[in-house]
Design a binder for this molecule. Structure first.
Ligand code: ZN
Length: 158
């Protein structure tokens, strides 16, 4: 049992994940953000605060702070790196591709092409309790973007 577990973990914790987990990119508070959202995964205890700067329907900067396991930190690190410079529509496609990657046994190659480096996180699909670690940053981003759009609509009405 122990030996099998070690093998599985080795497959899961590929080099990119270890690297990004130990040295997360974009790990800072973004002072002039337009969006911020807290995310929490009670299953593992991962907690993060995501900052986005959105202008003209494009994410021009992204950063995060937080504490959590290597998977959650690596996912947030890779995600913030990949969404920078992308339009909200492109990010929506990325979100769907990532969701497909971590939940589908054999995701189509179009999904893998779309995700690039993020593909390394696909290994979590074999570890159901780890899927939430990998998707935390993504759901946090989606909630943050949706909520802010809603708030803008409300403030326009008042
Ligand atoms: Zn975790």
């Amino acid at each position: 049992m122990g030996k099998v577990m070690n093998q599985e973990l080795r497959e899961l914790y590929q080099e990119v994940i270890i690297d990004h987990g130990r040295h997360p990119r974009n790990f800072k508070k973004l002072e002039d953000h337009s969006h911020s959202q807290e995310g929490y995964n009670p299953l593992c205890g991962d907690r993060l605060m995501l900052y986005l700067k959105v202008e003209n329907d494009r994410v021009i900067d992204a950063a995060f702070e937080g504490v959590g396991c290597a998977i959650s930190m690596a996912s947030a690190s890779l995600m913030t790196t990949q969404i920078k410079g992308k339009t909200l529509e492109e990010i929506q496609q990325l979100f769907q591709a990532f969701h497909c990657l971590v939940t589908t046994p054999e995701p189509p190659s179009s999904v893998q092409n779309c995700l690039g480096k993020l593909t390394v996180l696909g290994g979590v699909r074999d570890f159901p309790t780890r899927i939430k670690c990998a998707t935390l940053a993504w759901h946090t981003m989606k909630v943050g973007l949706d909520r802010n759009t809603h708030e803008q609509a409300v403030s326009t009405e008042s």
